[in-house]
Ligand binder design. Structure first.
Ligand code: THU
Length: 144
């Protein structure tokens, strides 16, 4: 259990997150692309949240696994995301798409740790989505 934000990626159980993400690929709905994606994230409260991609006959309406994870985070009580692993059906990490980087930024910010696979150093989301637009910009840039 983590009850404070994790600052070092060494403190994160990446094997557990990867295992949960791999399990989530088995609950994906991907009849069009046949690319199953699973995501697992650790919240600041120590909760593990999960997501799977859910495709749609109107292909542009597809929900990525990370969007599904964001819903699960809210459903399980919310809080900040500390670390996330995203894998495809082969069990190996995949790079979150651009939209999902923004979705993850909302809940983890630039500090969020992202899995880069076994033996590879985890990366901060700020590295994948530099100079991001976030909640603070909405707050500070709205009309007076
Ligand atoms: N996909 C995700 O779930 N997350 C990503 O970050 C990249 C793409 C899904 C969407 C679609 O169902 C399938 O992968 C192929 O693009």
């Amino acid at each position: 259990m983590y009850c404070v934000p994790v600052t070092s990626p060494d403190a994160i159980d990446w094997d557990e997150l990867r295992a949960r993400a791999r399990a989530a690929t088995r609950r994906a709905y991907a009849p069009y692309s046949h690319v199953r994606v699973g995501a697992a994230g650790l919240s600041e409260h120590g909760t593990i949240v999960e997501g799977s991609n859910v495709e749609n006959a109107s292909l542009g309406l597809t929900l990525c696994a990370e969007c599904s994870l964001a819903s699960d985070l809210a459903r399980q009580g919310g809080g900040r995301l500390v670390a996330v692993a995203v894998v495809a059906g082969d069990g190996e990490p995949i790079a979150p798409c651009g939209r999902c980087r923004q979705v993850l930024y909302e809940f983890g910010g630039a500090e969020l740790w992202l899995d880069a696979g076994e033996g590879a150093a985890p990366r901060r989301l700020g590295e994948l989505l530099p100079h991001a637009f976030g909640p603070g910009d909405v707050e500070s840039r709205r009309d007076a």
